[in-house]
Design a protein around this ligand. Structure first.
Ligand SMILES: [Fe+2]
Length: 148
C-alpha cells in the first residue's frame, strides 16, 4: 500500500508519520516476497512498537487540541492496535519467526492503514480546516508543548 493525498489529515507532521507506517509495511512486504522476512521481522516489530509509543500520543494530543469528535475513538483504536502488536511480538519472542504470522502482521498493518486512517484519523481534517479559517492553526509542536 502506498500513501496518497486521500490519506492526508491536514496536519503535515501526522501525515509524515503515516507515510512512515506505509513505508514500514511496504518494505516488510517486499522483504517477505524476497525471502528476507525472517531476518527483519524482529526489527519491524521493534519499529512498530517504537512508532506506537512515540507517534500515537502525538496524534491523540492533536485530536484533543482540535476538539475532533473522533478523539476518544482514536485513543481506543490506538490501544487496540498496541495490544494486537504486543501479541504479535509475544508470539515472535516465544516461537520465533513464522511466515504465516508475518503475513498476518503485514495484513494487520495494511488493514489498519486502510481503515483506521480513513474512518478515524481523517475526521481531524475538517477540524483543522475550521480552525485555519478562524485563526493561525497551531502546529503539533504547539499542541505537544501545551499539554506538558
Ligand atoms: Fe489514529
Amino acid at each position: 500500500m502506498k500513501w496518497s493525498v486521500l490519506y492526508a489529515t491536514g496536519v503535515t507532521e501526522l501525515d509524515e508519520q503515516h507515510k512512515m507506517l506505509f513505508k514500514m509495511s511496504e518494505d516488510y512486504r517486499d522483504a517477505l516476497d524476497q525471502g528476507h522476512g525472517e531476518r527483519v521481522c524482529g526489527v519491524l516489530l521493534a519499529s512498530l512498537d517504537q512508532y506506537a509509543r512515540g507517534r500515537f500520543g502525538r496524534e491523540e494530543h492533536c485530536m484533543y487540541r482540535y476538539q475532533c469528535p473522533a478523539a476518544t475513538m482514536n485513543s481506543q483504536a490506538h490501544r487496540e492496535f498496541t495490544k494486537a502488536l504486543a501479541e504479535f511480538s509475544q508470539r515472535y519472542a516465544q516461537d520465533g519467526f513464522s511466515r504465516s504470522d508475518a503475513q498476518d502482521l503485514v495484513q494487520f498493518i495494511d488493514g489498519w492503514l486502510a481503515t483506521h486512517i480513513v474512518r478515524v484519523d481523517l475526521q481531524l481534517k475538517p477540524c483543522v480546516e475550521n480552525e485555519r479559517l478562524g485563526s493561525r492553526a497551531p502546529s503539533i509542536r504547539d499542541v505537544t508543548s501545551a499539554t506538558k
